[in-house]
Design a protein around this ligand. Structure first.
Ligand code: ZN
Length: 507
């Protein structure tokens, strides 16, 4: 429309225009009111929802264990308390959780086996309570340990019962269980068993060390040394007992024999082995002697040659007096160890005793240093005897006897050599077959007496070893001689014609 037309229309058009503006403003106003109402409604609805939810929602208490509800631990191992947790949670507002305090009741003694219950509780308000429990089992699964005592040198004879060497048993929980150990043997193995209070069983085994290191023991029927007169009888045989095999006498073999009609020295050897191969031997030395005229006159044919070594000394005069009292003659194997008493040699010879050589010094290390050393010592003593008696001695006794082994320390083989040389020199050595025991320890006079009278009863001809340097020996002579005379023995001095008594040379 053109302005000219509008102006033609005039006031009417203006009215219409004003009316249009008014309507437009009202329309805008209505729109704003509607928007406000919508917003208000939404907010009101939200608020209402919150109020409704808050009114309907309830808080519930919940609990849950940390860790497992039941566990087992070994006694003495540590127990770690993991606890439990508690919280409240809305029935509608599930996303809101509020932690609650947890109270723990009960504890675990890890040093004592048993079942333990731990209770965890929580409260919410005055009406809600909750609890959870955990059971803890403390147990002992370790078996007792058995320790055996075992001596490496010990052994058990085959067929013999094992002698317990000892054992101990300890348990980690029960302590000493030694008294509860039982044992049983099967096929040479001993099994030891012990259970602890939880039923854990400990065992140990021992294999028995069976061994037989011992040879049988041979017991001779007669003396190891016997001296008999030609035509007499000797006591032969033996018994043998083994610690495993028992009586093994039937297994004994004998080598050597005795010709009772021919004078001489005979050796009989008995040998026996057990099933383990241990061998025992025993020997008997039988001397068959031809008696001299003097000896033949002996009452009952029982002769004793009393011999006294190592003197003369301070007791020799007392001995000579005792011998004189009974008119008994003996043989003195003299030394020069006590120069103050060498005069006794003269008295010995004058009284009819035989004075013979033992040794000048009696020092084994000198005497047996060499054959030359021996004969040098021998000749010194022979000269002493010559000086006091005017006689040259032909009878002698080796220091320690011909069987001594001490000489081997100084000169191996010397005894064999000296015995041969003595024979070449026309000298006779004499050992003994009865010992008074006075060279071993310090027997009393009565013990010496018993040793002698026991010994002479085993021999028809006894060579009795005594030492006049021991007062107890000299003191027992009165009683000894009296007993022997009363029991039919005859005392004689050794002469060149007497039987001899020889040990076995062992060097
Ligand atoms: Zn001696």
């Amino acid at each position: 429309m053109s302005d000219g037309l509008r102006e033609e229309q005039g006031p009417e058009l203006r009215r219409e225009k004003e009316t249009g503006n008014r309507r437009s403003a009202e329309k805008k106003k209505r729109k704003r009111r509607a928007a406000f109402l919508v917003c208000f409604g939404v907010v009101a609805a939200i608020l209402l929802s919150i109020v409704v939810v808050a009114a309907v929602n309830r808080w519930r208490l919940h609990m849950k264990l940390n860790g497992k509800s039941s566990e087992t631990i070994e006694v003495f191992d540590p127990y770690k308390e993991e606890g439990a947790k508690a919280w409240t949670e809305g029935t509608l507002l599930k996303f809101i959780r509020r932690p609650q305090k947890v109270t723990v009741n009960g504890e675990v003694d890890t040093g004592k086996i048993g079942d333990y219950t731990i209770t965890y509780t929580a409260e919410y308000g005055s009406k809600q309570q909750a609890s959870v429990t955990r059971t803890v089992k403390v147990e002992d699964t370790e078996a007792p340990v058995i320790t055996l005592v075992s001596n490496p040198d010990s052994y058990t004879l085959p067929g013999h019962e094992y002698v317990e060497e000892g054992y101990s048993a300890t348990d980690n929980y029960d302590g000493d269980l030694t008294a509860n150990v039982t044992s049983s043997e099967n096929n040479g193995v001993i099994t030891y068993t012990v259970a602890d209070s939880s039923g854990n069983v400990g065992t140990a085994t021992r294999t028995i060390n069976y061994k037989d290191p011992n040879a049988p023991v041979i017991t001779l029927n007669g003396d190891a040394q016997q001296t008999i007169i030609v035509g007499g009888t000797w006591t032969s045989g033996c018994t043998a007992v083994d610690d495993v095999d028992g009586d093994v006498t039937s297994k004994v073999t004998q080598t050597g024999d005795v010709d009772v009609n021919t004078p001489g020295t005979y050796t009989v050897t008995y040998t026996v082995s057990d099933t383990a191969g241990n061998t025992a031997t025993a020997t008997q030395t039988i001397t068959v002697v031809q008696l001299t005229n003097d000896e033949n006159q002996a009452v009952n044919g029982k002769v004793i040659y009393l011999t006294f070594d190592d003197g003369p000394c301070e007791y020799t005069d007392q001995l000579l007096a005792t011998l004189a009292k009974y008119n008994v003659h003996a043989t003195f194997f003299t030394t020069s160890q006590f120069p103050d008493y060498l005069y006794c040699i003269q008295e010995e010879a004058a009284a009819g005793h035989t004075v013979a050589v033992h040794t000048y010094s009696h020092e084994f290390s000198q005497v047996y240093a060499s054959p030359d050393a021996y004969w040098s010592d021998f000749n010194q003593q022979a000269a002493v005897i010559q000086q006091y008696t005017g006689q040259t001695p032909t009878i002698f006794r080796f220091p320690g006897g011909s069987s001594n082994t001490t000489s081997a320390k100084y000169c191996p083989g010397i005894m064999t050599e000296l015995a041969a040389e003595a024979a070449q020199k026309g000298l006779t050595y004499v050992d003994w077959n009865v010992s008074s025991g006075d060279a071993d320890g310090q027997p009393t006079a009565d013990q010496t007496f018993q040793n002698i009278i026991t010994g002479v009863q085993s021999h028809d001809v006894s060579f009795v070893l005594c030492h006049d340097i021991h007062k107890s020996t000299v003191d027992c002579m009165d009683q000894t001689i009296q007993w022997c005379l009363e029991n039919g023995y005859t005392f004689l001095p050794i002469t060149a014609n007497s039987p001899t008594c020889h040990h076995h040379i062992a060097n």
